[in-house]
Design a protein around this ligand. Structure first.
Ligand code: SF4
Length: 679
């Protein structure tokens, strides 16, 4: 008999049981990928931190918890007195529980009094979130249960590779793929693309133009769902004024995708009884990611898919709690319940729950990259607390970000292992990981899951909530304002989220323990949850979805004679995010242990490069070392770099921090590069 819990990694949050000896089984009827099967190895990793560390003259040395907490609290107070509260900042993560994310937001606004808090979800979901909020008035990644996809006749996946990033997801699209209904848009021939009946290979940075071409083909082919557009949406005419100029042959010249294929996508979606369009990071991680997602939403709206049973539009969330992590206040512009921190009513509601004056709450702060970029500067953050993220590897322009992290007066990191960011810190707090604690996460379909405490944490380790309680009380806060019990924090979160878009008021630990499947919003404890939102109307006050005109723009960086290729980044099956966790697992390292660059054989030959040769991929910001992987399926103008590896193998040494004007998402997915042979 084991304890039920959920995988520590991606947003699919596969169920598993874990025994007292840390052996893993898939939950009944479920499946796990290699990362899930080997996740227990993390619990016994020799790299595990079990003692707080404080930097001394010769580097990090072991310290007591009191010494580490005192050191950080004293530094925070000193820097706040000298430079003001905005000199204090927090970076959170989309893998943290709802309870930690919520308490981080509260800690920033009340205990530190700073607006300077953001999280790494800014790097992975913010464009999707902004586009869904704009179109539908609400951002729930999948507005329907993932199992609904099993009855789909057609699915278009744009910039998503779930066959590698979340393999059990493919079970939900298998029937559609077998009947020839799966369509994938990706510059690479990924395992997901190989499962598709139709694979479109747009040039990096042209997904928006591709969507305009498909929308044009929908209308041109007489497939516009006029009754739906008239009764459930606004703004179509303005969008059509743009899309009417993007006939498929013109789009073909920009994207490289054949006009006939664009028409086929439109036709297949229109003919399908049940059809879905889903986007992933490939469409979203651009300096125009919000508009790109909007353009695909427009295709879905033109066909009448969103808010119709058996059809829809969705974004595939990446991180374990990527959904919950963006709902409860660790984002620069948000308060719990997916409320805006600029909204006076939202501020009054949350301030009442917290027992503070609404006027004392800071306003919106800068986004993650902007916060990191300003570290150690006169107007920037001088003391940074980092929870559950590793920006020295995962942020764009990573060498610059590592420099900025090192330029802080105080850097404190709470983590499980000595990540590359923790190695730069002044203080490191060793904290519990997934199966060692209790807490909730919200998966990619908006379902709240309780991760039970399954194994005892090592001696010397504390929870994130313990760390926040210890710091808050040292900063003069009443202890009861920062509870250490996850259930107490969740009960407060329920009240803080009440009446918000992401309303968790009716979710309780008791209901989750009893096995109830609760998708938010769940306004009352007797409410059954909302597996499918938008069936009766969208979340804008008039109940209608919005078409918003969007225009194709080239990537922020053009290819030129000096940098003639485009680099794009992504994940591989056996690693996860910055690799801080998965690089500790020998069984994963045996499968994917070193950095590589996928390069078209013709391009490699032009550079005198053969399979396995070392190569430096160089952009205007720096170069990354990798081994050549000859890949006939990749576009000749494109180089693919996985972003899980550290040091000189960091893909983010080359990536472009150009930001989307709305979501402030960096352009991870395209930057201009050249290849250099390494002697
Ligand atoms: Fe874990 Fe995601 Fe793999 Fe499932 S698909 S086992 S949640 S990493």
């Amino acid at each position: 008999m084991g304890t039920s819990t959920h995988c520590p990694y991606c947003a699919l949050q596969c169920g598993m049981t874990i025994s007292a000896t840390a052996s893993i089984d898939a939950a009944e009827g479920g499946a796990l990928c290699l990362k899930g099967w080997t996740s227990a190895d993390l619990l016994t990793s020799p790299a595990r931190l079990t003692t707080p560390l404080v930097r001394g003259p010769t580097g990090l040395r072991p310290a007591t918890w009191d010494e580490a907490l005192d050191h950080v609290a004293t530094g925070l107070r000193r820097l706040s007195d000298r430079h003001g509260a905005q000199a204090l900042g927090i970076m959170g993560g989309g893998g943290l529980t709802n309870e930690t994310g919520y308490l981080l937001g509260k800690f920033a606004r009340i205990a530190l009094g700073t607006p300077m808090i953001d999280y790494n979800g800014r790097f992975c979901m913010s464009s999707a979130a902004a586009a869904m909020n704009r179109a539908f008035g609400m951002d729930r990644g999948l507005p329907f249960p993932v199992t609904d996809l099993r009855d789909a006749d057609a699915i278009v996946l744009v910039g998503s590779n779930p066959a590698e990033t979340m393999p059990p997801f493919m079970r939900h699209v298998a029937a559609c793929a077998e009947s020839g209904g799966l369509i994938v848009a990706d510059p690479r021939v990924t395992p997901t693309a190989r499962a598709a009946a139709l694979h479109l290979q747009p040039a990096p940075g042209t997904d928006l133009a591709l969507a305009l071409g498909v929308l044009h083909a929908v209308v041109e082919g007489g497939r516009l769902d006029r009754a739906y557009v008239e009764s459930r949406t606004t703004g179509f005419d303005a969008v059509w004024r743009v899309a009417s100029a993007w006939w498929p042959e013109r789009v073909e010249r920009v994207t490289g995708v054949a006009a006939a294929d664009q028409r086929q996508v439109a036709e297949r979606l229109a003919r399908a009884g049940n059809a879905y369009i889903l986007t992933g990071r490939g469409a979203e991680q651009h300096s125009k990611g919000v508009d790109t997602v909007s353009a695909w939403i427009h295709v879905a709206l033109a066909l009448g898919l969103p808010g119709r049973p058996g059809s829809g539009f969705g974004c595939l969330t990446g991180q374990a709690n990527g959904q919950g992590g963006r709902e409860h206040g660790q984002k620069a512009d948000q308060l719990p319940g997916y409320r805006s921190i600029a909204d006076p009513l939202a501020r009054a509601h949350v301030a009442a729950v917290w027992g503070v004056d609404p006027a004392s709450l800071p306003g919106p702060g800068p986004s993650a990259y902007e916060l990191l970029d300003g570290l150690g500067t006169p107007d920037g953050v001088r003391a940074l607390l980092v929870f559950g993220t590793n920006p020295a590897v995962s942020a764009p322009n990573a060498a610059h970000v590592a420099e900025r992290l090192a330029a802080t007066d105080l850097l404190a990191v709470a983590d499980v292992v000595l990540s590359e960011t923790a190695a730069l810190a002044d203080v490191v707090f060793p904290v519990t990981q997934w199966a060692e604690g209790t807490g909730t996460v919200t998966n990619l379909e908006g379902r709240v899951l309780l991760r039970g405490h399954a194994v005892r944490p090592p001696e010397g380790v504390r929870t994130d909530l313990d760390v926040l309680h210890g710091l808050a009380t040292r900063l003069g806060q009443p202890g009861e304002r920062f509870p250490r019990s996850p259930e107490a924090v969740f009960d407060e979160l329920r009240r803080a989220s009440r009446g918000g878009k992401a309303d968790y008021h009716g979710v309780t630990y008791a209901r989750l323990r009893a096995g109830e499947r609760l998708h938010w919003p769940v306004p009352e404890p007797d409410h059954p949850g909302t597996p499918r939102v938008f069936l009766d109307g969208f979340a804008h006050p008039d109940g209608r979805a919005r078409f918003v005109p969007v225009r194709h723009q080239p990537p922020d960086e053009r290819a030129d004679a000096e940098y003639p290729l485009f680099a794009t980044t992504g994940r591989v099956l056996a690693q996860y995010q910055s690799g801080a966790q998965t690089r500790q697992v020998a069984r994963l390292m045996a499968v994917a242990g070193e950095m590589f660059a996928e390069i078209h054989p013709a391009v490699a030959a032009r550079h005198g490069l053969a399979e396995g040769d070392p190569v430096r991929v160089v952009s205007r910001r720096g170069g990354v070392l990798a081994k050549v992987r000859l890949t006939p399926g990749i576009r000749p103008d494109t180089v693919f770099l996985p972003f899980h590896f550290p040091g000189s193998h960091r893909a983010n040494l080359v990536t472009n921090p150009a930001l989307d004007p709305l979501s402030r998402m960096p352009e991870f997915k395209v930057c201009a590069v050249r290849l250099e042979r390494v002697p």
